[in-house]
Design a protein around this ligand. Structure first.
Ligand code: UDP
Length: 311
């Protein structure tokens, strides 16, 4: 039975990874300091093969016994979180990645880094392919996340080249789904919460900036394919269907009965103007592509938000 560590395992994606690998028969160790994760996300898991450890991965990590896989997903991931926790964001991307890589080296575990489309910054190449080096403002407010993940990628490759760690890097594009927090702050959870509670939907800027949204279940399949693959190069995982933020707000308004309206607020500094993954590599190397339509994914997410709001 493989033994798998998920850091950030009580977060949105981390908790879905715990479910996924438990279902595949792994023993799963979930590590989280609960700064942005929540025990609610793992409260449904009663398996004896599941273990939760409350620990901050920026501190030395001690795990007894063998480990086959380490998925390093610990990090604030919403702009409002990393603006509120800038130093913790830098520490988890740097010290946390260093500690988890040290553990992977010791246990000879396959390592997967949750990197991000933010390594491309406000991109000057569109769509973004893995060979693009990005356009990041290192001293801007978003730089704490972008540069932490860029450093994380660099140290992952150094451990791969120097110590032979079998390391994978996934660049995750905007992902949504159940277990995002009501006040997560990102566009889809904000718009859904606002639409369901009768608030105005807050569009930042004029809403012409684009994003490409992937449903979590597709993403998790892609992550598993990458983890089990032979590649050690960064791979984009995301849904290439691109839309403006205004279109997304209108879609969510429509899906919730067209009762509310949109309002416009200032655009955050360094907010990327466009974002769309080129997924040729994921298609070619992993044979992966997203399957869940936006309508299906939004419905499942809205059902989750409705249940949370009524609880
Ligand atoms: N956004 C918005 N209203 C919100 C939240 C976000 O217009 O209530 C915008 C945000 O400025 C960005 C896009 O939606 O242009 C996606 O933001 P998100 O925080 O979801 O993720 P990002 O891709 O910026 O990391």
């Amino acid at each position: 039975m493989p033994r798998t560590l998920v850091t950030g395992g009580a977060g949105f994606l981390g908790s879905h990874l715990c479910d996924y690998f438990l279902a595949k028969g792994h023993e799963v160790i979930c590590m989280d300091n609960l700064s942005t994760g929540s025990l609610d996300n793992i409260a449904h898991i009663h398996s004896t093969k599941f273990h939760f450890i409350q620990h901050d991965v920026t501190e030395y990590i001690r795990i007894d016994g063998e480990l086959d896989y380490i998925l390093h997903f610990a990090s604030p991931a919403s702009p409002i979180d990393y603006l509120e926790l800038p130093i913790q964001t830098l520490k988890v991307g740097s010290l946390g990645t260093h500690n988890t890589l040290g553990l992977a080296k010791k246990k000879r575990a396959v390592f997967l880094l949750a990197s991000t489309s933010e390594v491309y910054g406000d991109p000057l190449v569109h769509p973004q392919e893995e060979s693009y080096w990005g356009n990041v403002n290192p001293v801007g407010p978003r730089g704490v996340y972008d540069e932490a993940k860029r450093f994380a990628e660099a140290i992952v490759m150094a451990y791969h080249r120097t110590h032979g760690v079998d390391a994978k890097i996934v660049r995750i594009f905007n992902t949504y789904g159940p277990r995002m927090r009501l006040r997560d702050g990102r566009a889809i959870p904000n718009f859904i919460r606002q639409a369901l509670t009768g608030e105005d939907l807050t569009i930042y800027g004029d809403g012409s900036q684009t994003r490409s949204f992937c449903f979590y279940a597709d993403l998790i399949e892609g992550l598993n394919s990458l983890l089990m693959s032979n590649t050690n190069e960064p791979v984009n995982i995301g849904n290439p269907i691109e839309m403006t933020i205004k279109e997304m707000a209108e879609k969510i308004l429509h899906a919730t009965g067209d009762k509310g309206k949109v309002i416009y607020e200032p655009l955050p500094k360094d907010d990327p103007k466009v974002r769309q993954p080129n997924i040729d590599k994921a298609r070619g190397i992993l044979g992966w592509e997203p399957k869940v339509s936006l309508d299906e994914g939004l419905k499942e997410t809205m059902d989750y938000f409705k249940a949370k709001l009524s609880a």
